[in-house]
Design a protein around this ligand. Structure first.
Ligand code: AMP
Ligand code: ZN
Ligand code: FE
Ligand code: FE
Length: 287
């Protein structure tokens, strides 16, 4: 059987593999298709798509947006957003500008705690990337020996309960969905477990999001338990949502999460991509 990974980050945002390296790795891992879903940017898509042709891997252009949500984290993945998406690019530039001011605020808080760190040092490790985020700051904190690993950077300093936490500017779920729709993308709710909802409340939330245009949900995900997988699968069937899945691979910044395999036993069949394409044909969205 052919397998896929529909949630992957690169150096265009906070992953540690370049778009080409990720595609090459996908080939090595025997994956037939991957979706590049960087936070708040589409700038890795061109390189990834060229690499897809070079290595014979189907590359689905995507992105991932964090949206306002009071009970946990809600992330929306767009799949098959057009490859030169001018409209989405302008909207995402707004989010990345907001990130810069947030990052600077985090750095200020860290400095006030007596930690020797500058934003220039963070930008240095970002290299060609365009979306700068907390994982980059965490890497600098590790490099400088302030913390022992990325996880400690989040728990002690930059995570929601950390001493230097600053919240991020986000769009509403409706706005994020509108942006992806305007680019002809499919709208997928990422890792639903992070909504922290029980089965009934999750169903209500999915119905609300479907009203805004939600097309599908990640059933298969590195952090989902078999019970969650079953629940999400049933909810997709009940509500007529597409089934998606991905590892959320970030390279070395998320240790223990492997491309296509998640924590080891993730297996996402290519048949899900075929279903998505059929759905796109029916809706007149092309492939
Ligand atoms: P940001 O978009 O700047 O708020 O950063 C969010 C990113 O940080 C996401 O990719 C998360 O996966 C990552 N992240 C959050 N907590 C942790 C953690 N404890 N260890 C590693 N990465 C984390
Ligand atoms: Zn990330
Ligand atoms: Fe996410
Ligand atoms: Fe992600």
């Amino acid at each position: 059987m052919d397998y896929v990974d529909l949630h992957v980050h690169t150096t265009a945002s906070d992953g540690t593999y370049s778009p080409e390296e990720v595609v090459k790795l996908a080939k090595q891992e025997g994956l037939r298709a991957i979706a590049i879903t960087d936070h708040d940017t589409v700038k890795g898509l061109k390189e990834a798509s060229l690499a897809g042709e070079k290595y014979g891997v189907e590359v689905i252009p995507g992105c991932e947006l964090s949206v306002e949500y009071p009970h946990g984290q809600m992330h929306i993945v767009g799949l098959w957003i057009s490859k030169d998406p001018k409209f989405v690019a302008a909207e995402l530039q707004f989010l990345r500008d907001k990130r810069h001011s947030r990052n600077k605020d985090i750095i200020k808080k860290l400095q006030n705690l007596g930690i020797d760190i500058t934003y220039e040092e963070v930008l240095e490790i970002v290299k060609n990337g365009t979306t700068v985020g907390r994982p980059h700051i965490a890497r600098v904190l590790v490099k400088k020996g302030v913390v022992k690993d990325i996880n400690e950077a989040f728990t002690k300093y930059i995570g929601p309960n950390g001493l230097a936490y600053v919240p991020k500017t986000k769009f509403s779920p409706k706005k994020a969905i509108d942006i992806i729709k305007k680019e002809g993308g499919l709208v997928i709710l990422a890792h639903p477990y992070s909504l922290n909802l029980g089965p009934d409340a999750l169903k209500d939330e999915l119905i609300r999001l479907k009203g805004f245009g939600l097309d599908g949900m990640e059933v298969y995900y590195s952090e989902h338990t078999p019970e969650q997988e079953r629940l999400y699968l049933n909810l997709c069937k009940e509500l007529g949502l597409l089934i998606s899945g991905g590892s959320d691979f970030h390279g070395s910044v998320k240790k223990g999460i492997f491309l296509g395999k998640g924590k080891g036993n993730l297996k996402i069949p290519y048949a899900l991509v075929e279903k998505m394409k059929e759905y796109r044909r029916q809706k007149g969205l092309g492939i």
